[in-house]
Design a protein around this ligand. Structure first.
Ligand code: IPM
Ligand code: MG
Length: 385
């Protein structure tokens, strides 16, 4: 009986994964933003502190892109339905109508969304992030971390559609005694993230890629990822390549003598999740870190952190740090071909967060509000004109 249940379950999962592989093989071309007019940017507030920091980032973008907006080259579209209340009510990670609205955009700027777990007041639905990354096939999660005074300049290429995440809601408890989860590595899925990392290493002149796995223990899936990394490294002779296990990598990110050698770091989904929070902490916290989730047709930009329900419960939502979203907005502008505006915004953020620091966000009443910080950034942008 148990064997039968397991067999049926696994067969369904395997079939779906082979279908995904076929789909990945079909999707070859990247969208060309230069050919689009207007570029439609979906603004998703999400929950918790999400609507606050998304709105403040939008205000900054409206000021920065006033010309492009007036000329109709860029259009912003509000998408409101991705709240935990709505998702729980629909018992879907992303309700159908919201997914349709999302898919009608070209790129998305997304606030954090609450991810329930067993025992929460919400139904234990799948994470909206994981669902969106899967539905839009956003395979490359790119997370830069910079601490110039420490000579840290890292760019993480986190695989975003496989690993422990893809079947994270499809594990199985056979009975009260035994539960199993599944981890997936595909050749196609690994190659595309590895190539993205190596291409970036060449294009950026960083010329160094580090793969992170636990291939000595997780032999099939991590083993495959590492084996493919070594094969692809050979296609890029100008790029120095090495590999580390995730445990010692977590330690070495804290070693001032070693860590400056890391440049581009490519890694499976879960390790990317964990190490990027650690890395962001060195930069000033997860509240300062933005990320790009890139696919061939869609791209989504977001903070690397969650919706911080604790901040909302404690009445501190207005004091949340919007700079993670603003950094994500810089990445979005770069991605859609607005390099000049991206540079203007990142320069203003560097000034606000590193050199001037006239307004410091602490996440509490003793710091600046997200709105004050937003106004300060707009002021800096106007000064530089
Ligand atoms: C992240 C977040 C998400 C993840 C959560 C919110 C599902 O931690 O983007 O790193 O685990 O990927
Ligand atoms: Mg995370």
């Amino acid at each position: 009986m148990i064997a039968e249940k397991l067999q049926k379950h696994i067969e369904t999962l395997i079939r779906a994964q082979y279908q995904r592989i076929e789909k990945m093989k079909e999707d070859k071309e990247f969208i060309d933003y230069a050919a689009l007019s207007p570029i439609v940017v979906g603004l998703i507030g999400g929950d918790g502190i999400g609507p606050f920091i998304t709105n403040h980032t939008y205000q900054v973008l409206k000021s920065l892109l006033s010309k492009e907006l007036a000329e109709g080259k860029i259009v912003f579209r509000q998408i409101d339905g991705l709240t935990i209340e709505n998702r729980a009510k629909a018992a879907r990670a992303i309700p159908e109508d919201v997914l349709e609205e999302i898919k009608a955009c070209h790129v998305l700027l997304k606030g954090p969304t609450t991810t329930p777990r067993a025992g929460d007041k919400w139904k234990n639905i799948e994470s909206a992030n994981v669902a969106m990354r899967r539905e839009l096939d956003l395979f490359a999660n790119i997370r830069p971390v910079r601490v110039p005074e420490e000579d840290i300049d890292w760019v993480f290429y986190r695989e975003n559609t496989e690993g422990s995440y893809v079947l994270g809601s499809h594990g199985i408890c056979l009975d009260d005694e035994l539960c199993m989860d599944f981890t997936v590595t595909t050749k196609e899925g690994s190659e595309r993230i590895l190539r993205a990392a190596f291409d970036y290493a060449v294009k950026s002149g960083k010329n160094r890629v580090t793969a992170v796995t636990k291939a000595n223990i997780i032999k099939a899936t991590d083993g495959k990822f590492l084996e493919l990394a070594k094969v692809i490294a050979k296609e890029y002779p100008s790029v120095e390549f090495d590999d580390w296990y995730v445990d010692i990598m977590a330690a070495k990110l804290l070693d001032p003598k070693r860590r400056t050698q890391f440049k581009v770091i490519v890694l499976p989904n879960l390790y990317g999740d964990i190490l990027t929070d650690e890395a962001a902490e060195l930069q000033g916290g997860v509240g300062t870190a933005g990320s790009a989730n890139l696919g061939k047709r869609y791209a989504m930009f977001e903070a690397i952190h969650g919706s911080a329900p604790r901040m909302v419960d404690e009445g501190r939502a207005a004091y949340a740090d919007p700079s993670s979203m603003m950094r994500a907005a810089v990445m979005m502008l770069e991605h859609i071909g607005y390099a000049q505006q991206a540079l203007e915004l990142s320069t203003a953020l560097d000034k606000a967060l590193v050199s001037e620091k006239k307004m410091v966000i602490t996440g509490r009443q003793d710091g600046a509000t997200s709105q004050d910080f937003c106004n300060y950034v707009i002021e800096l942008l106007n000064e530089s004109k």
